[in-house]
Design a protein around this ligand. Sequence first.
Ligand code: C5P
Length: 225
Amino acid sequence: MNYTVMMPAAGSGQRMGAGYNKLFLELDDKPILIHTLEVFEGDPSCDGIILAIKPDERAKIQSLLERFTIKKVKALVNGGEERQGSVAACIRAHDAGGIVLVHDAARPFIRRSVIAELVEVADGHGAAIAGVRAKDTMKYAQAGVVEGTVDREKLWIIQTPQAFQYDLLRQASDQAQAEDFLGTDESMLVERLGEPVRIVESSYDNVKMTTQEDLVFGEALLKRR
Ligand code: C5P
């Protein structure tokens, strides 16, 4: 089953503290953005990638795509102020239907086996998202005082990729925009429509490169692979 990727790459990465887009930071002499793109470049089931970027980074990204021979990027669209707007720009630029996968450019360690399962489940059921089980005890608290402990058995830490039938994602995204609803992932937008979203178990190494510690972890993961 083939799919198209909607990839937001238009963040500023303030939490990384690099002073520029963290996706240009290198792991093993290659930008994080390229590591992530290469996963899809090498997957025969991936038909193409729509990348949301910051307008002033267009030239730099184009030259990186050439230098690392990334050929599957079909369109570079201008991202939004928020991640959701960047993904929405990718969704609007896609006109072929089918299965689409939303994946953060900042997660270079996604496994092909998880992608394949997500695509299959989304094809059969509409929506599927990657997640891992919570390992730690989780509590909710107010002003630093514990109010209760959450039943960990039901808790999942959600990642990207998130896979959808295109028409469903398009409807969810358009409706969120019309109603000024801002979610923290695309699944939330689909959940609001009352549509079921299935979880596909992913791995703990599918980390989002967010802070300096993640880079250390990322270097170690690359060495192990
Ligand atoms: O900042 P964070 O790592 O949570 O962002 C997740 C992904 O969304 C990153 O790949 C980032 O480049 C992207 N993003 C975006 N547009 C924004 C904010 C974030 O494309 N306005």
